[in-house]
Design a binder for this molecule. Structure first.
Ligand code: COA
Length: 260
């Protein structure tokens, strides 16, 4: 289907979803949130797609937050629905069952930082800036930022970023464990493509098991998390891919995984 605020492209098993409102620094209005939820749901359902890359159009921003001009007129009830729809999108991404990489060329602020944090891996340009500036608008983060930043970077950084509203450079986000890689602006596409191709060649059911164990198991008590891991490990022995991976190792050849 055609999207008004997104561009969708495929390269092999890698789908790229681009938020395409560069004149508004890719700010998230309600339509864009709905389109993103649909686009991710479609990517989840398409067996040919093994990895999703999420990015923003232009060089200046990944996403500069929720759309302030739309949001400022919300009633509290509309604000509640907006927050829930943002949180639903973030959960859809986090639980997609396939790896999602955020490609971050520039500003990832407010809802943009929350969107990046819902992805599984983050690759940033050295020009990128990360922040939760909602407090400057008299607001608090509403798309899961207080919770995901806390879990990714700990209480010290979460309180600093949310209370001061001051954005941090990509290098500091790397030190805090918020991003996986920081690269020169002109190396961003190659770094994302290399990572995406590696993940696209990996065993999809094993990738899905790892995502489940780390993301869902990680929210449980350790004994439950370990049991989660055991179940995922055992399930992998039911797959052709496990037989292919172990055979390929013993036969000293490259494995070819089919997702079965
Ligand atoms: N919502 C709506 N519009 C936004 C936006 C947002 N979150 N972020 C940027 N824009 C719009 C600007 O209003 C401007 O539109 P205009 O040309 O029609 O006036 C356009 O995008 C370009 O932004 P501008 O502010 O002119 O760019 P800049 O380089 O001077 O500043 C930022 C860049 C990111 C520092 C600045 O845009 C900003 O602070 N944005 C808001 C960030 C924020 O608070 N996000 C959290 C929202 S909860």
């Amino acid at each position: 289907m055609a999207y008004r605020n997104l561009e969708i492209g495929n390269r092999g098993a890698v789908r790229t979803i681009t938020v395409n409102r560069p004149d508004k620094l890719n700010a998230l209005n309600r339509d864009t949130l709905n389109e993103l939820t649909l686009a991710f749901t479609q990517a989840a359902q398409d067996d040919a797609i093994r990895v999703v890359v999420l990015t923003g159009a232009g060089e200046k921003a990944f996403v500069a937050g929720a759309d302030i001009s739309e949001m400022r007129n919300f009633t509290p009830i509309q604000a509640q629905a907006f927050s829930r729809s943002g949180q639903r999108l973030m959960s859809t991404i986090e639980r997609l069952g396939k790896p999602v990489i955020a490609r971050i060329p520039g500003f990832a602020l407010g809802g943009g930082m929350e969107l990046a944090m819902a992805c599984h891996l983050r690759v940033a340009s050295e020009k990128a800036r990360f922040g939760q500036p909602e407090i400057n608008l008299g607001l608090i983060p509403g798309f899961g930022g207080t919770q995901r930043l806390l879990r990714l970077a700990g209480r010290t950084a979460a309180l600093e970023l949310c209370l001061t509203g001051i954005p941090i450079p990509a290098e500091r986000a790397y030190v805090l464990g918020i991003v996986n890689q920081v690269v020169a602006a002109d190396a961003l596409d190659d770094a994302v493509a290399t990572l995406a191709e590696r993940l696209a060649a990996a065993a999809p059911l094993a990738a899905s098991g790892i995502l489940d164990a780390i993301l869902q198991g990680g929210e449980a008590a350790i004994d439950q998390g370990l049991e989660f891991e055991t179940q995922g490990f055992a399930l992998a022995f039911a797959t052709d891919d496990m037989r292919e991976g172990t055979s390929a190792f013993l036969e000293k050849r490259q494995a070819e995984f089919k997702g079965r």
